[in-house]
Design a protein around this ligand. Sequence first.
Ligand code: DAT
Length: 174
Amino acid sequence: MKMRKRPNILLTGTPGVGKTTLGKELAQKTGLTYVNIGDLAQEGQLYDGYDEEYQCPVLDEDRVVDELDEQMEEGGVIVDYHGCDLFPERWFHIVFVLRTDNTQLYTRLENRGYTGKKLQDNVQCEIFQTIYEEAMEAYSHEIVHQLPSNSPEDLEQNLEQVVQWTEQWMKEHN
Ligand code: DAT
């Protein structure tokens, strides 16, 4: 039996905007596979050095792409990462950039234990809509969408919207 075609979805945005929360719920509702790039890198130690300034390991982007390529070719993957121009454009059928008001984001990141420069830089990244601009440069504009991610109501609405989009995509491609 031929496998049904399924789309690949990228969830991106500044750390703390709610990618993981949305991604996991989406996976449950759609049956697509959720992949957190941070976790994948950690499990496979897909690193290339250490960033002293931010006190975190540096992602080995080529190895991350190699690791996922086969699975992405098959389809049906939700990728969660706070960057987007490292992935091949051909991987994704749609890209969602989650957005959060900066005061809210500040509180969420503070609760996560971020302080000082790391906290400031991440909030500034959201204010300057850095990831949205990165997405608009890396992917065709028609497939890049922003989703507000400030409240539980936003989460519910985003879930509903992406589930509907996924169902529609599957209808059109199977
Ligand atoms: P990310 O994966 O983008 O770093 P997360 O999913 O871990 O973000 O969420 C960060 C925190 O914010 C976490 O405590 C859950 C909360 N959160 C996520 N989405 C939210 C929403 N729509 N409304 C309120 N809080 C939300």
